[in-house]
Design a protein around this ligand. Structure first.
Ligand code: BDR
Ligand code: CA
Length: 357
């Protein structure tokens, strides 16, 4: 019988200085909030955003990403088109969760254009240009990262850190009993990434931090949070029922977008999860990338199931060393979702003030 392998927490985080981030997204309602959070943090230098098909098709993801960055006052941030579909499977999208365009009831009309560079070029070029500086946060399927690490096997050594919203380790999946959406869409990509990080682990690569549903579902946003944002930003928002709060326009383009997009997510969660609110997975992962003290995590080896009837896409953490492979991940075991929501409220209030002054 195998004994538990010696799992370790990551080195202690020492805050300070601006952080250089690239976000890889499939925008998506919670991806939109992740973009707003990253763009709105004064200590984050958002180097670029790469896009991937997932919640919606990649052209729609580009459209949504450009629109959200414009709302955030960050139209200068490069947006690169990435994979139009998974490595080995037909693309599955999720209009029932994020609406037909990916932003729920909100409509975006961006004026910007997509970069000449592809997502893979951005990931590889930027990592090579500034080795050890960039933290990558993935909020969608891992198709782009898989292609990038195959194109540049040193990518795990060139990036400062990678934070992945993906998987579930001790809690029910949101697609199948053990399977989370981002890994479900492209399990071959997830496996490729994890295998490449194991291979690079021998050469000193920093393990990927994986935040699964067990942790991201602790960050729940509700109508009262949007009301609090409005009040903090000095908007005359009247209290009312949750539905009234979520249907009353406030004249702030950014907050009205957040309200209209989240309303769809709230309706989805009310139907499937029994509460009028939403888990905001992707922004929490950006929050933890910026300040890892929001989570606790332990090192291990993670692999992805590819051959199960119900388990294809399951993320398996090997706490006992059965796989006999170098460590490739820090798996987040707990997270302070409520504290992250407080920070998200504060960043949104700043964005509203900037957009209305
Ligand atoms: C993930 O699935 C997507 O629908 C969300 O945007 C998030 O990235 C949660 O499982
Ligand atoms: Ca997403």
């Amino acid at each position: 019988m195998r004994r538990p392998r010696h799992a370790e927490p990551p080195p202690v985080f020492r805050p300070g200085g601006r952080q250089r981030l690239i976000l890889d997204v499939d925008t998506g309602i919670d991806d939109s909030l992740a973009l707003l959070y990253a763009a709105g943090r004064p200590d984050v230098d958002l180097v670029a955003v790469t896009t991937c098909a997932g919640n919606v098709g990649v052209d729609q993801v580009v459209h949504n990403t450009l629109g959200v960055l414009e709302l955030a006052g960050a139209p200068h941030v490069e947006v690169a088109r990435g994979a139009a579909g998974p490595i080995a499977r037909r693309l599955e999208t999720t209009p029932e969760t994020h609406g037909p365009t990916g932003t729920g009831h909100a409509v975006l009309e961006p004026s910007g254009t997509v970069s000449d560079r592809t997502a893979i070029e951005v990931l590889v070029d930027e990592a090579r240009r500034t080795p050890g500086e960039i933290t990558l946060v993935t909020a969608g399927p891992l198709t782009n990262l898989a292609a990038a690490v195959l194109a540049e096997p040193d990518l795990p050594l060139l990036l400062r850190d990678v934070f992945v919203m993906g998987g579930t380790f001790s809690q029910a999946g949101n697609v199948h009993p053990r399977v989370e959406w981002n890994i479900h869409v492209d399990p071959e990509a997830a496996r490729t990434v994890l295998h490449q990080w194991s291979a690079a682990g021998k050469r000193g690569a920093v393990p990927i931090t994986m935040m699964g549903l067990d942790v991201t579902e602790t960050s729940v946003i509700r109508a009262e949070d949007l009301l609090a944002v409005a009040h903090a930003a000095g908007l005359p928002a009247a209290a009312g029922t949750d539905v009234e709060v979520m249907t009353t326009a406030l004249g702030s383009p950014v907050l009205d977008f957040v309200r209209d997009s989240l309303r769809f997510y709230f309706e989805f969660h009310e139907l499937h999860d029994g509460f009028y609110g939403a888990h905001v997975h992707d922004p929490f992962v950006v929050g933890a990338a910026v300040d890892p003290t929001l989570i606790a995590s332990l090192s291990t080896v993670v692999d992805v199931e590819l051959g199960g009837q119900w388990t294809t896409g399951e993320t398996i953490a090997d706490w006992r060393g059965h796989f006999d492979k170098p460590v490739n991940a820090y798996v987040a075991t707990t997270g302070d979702g409520p504290e992250f929501i407080r920070r998200l409220r504060s960043v949104l209030a700043d964005l509203v003030r900037e957009g209305t002054s």
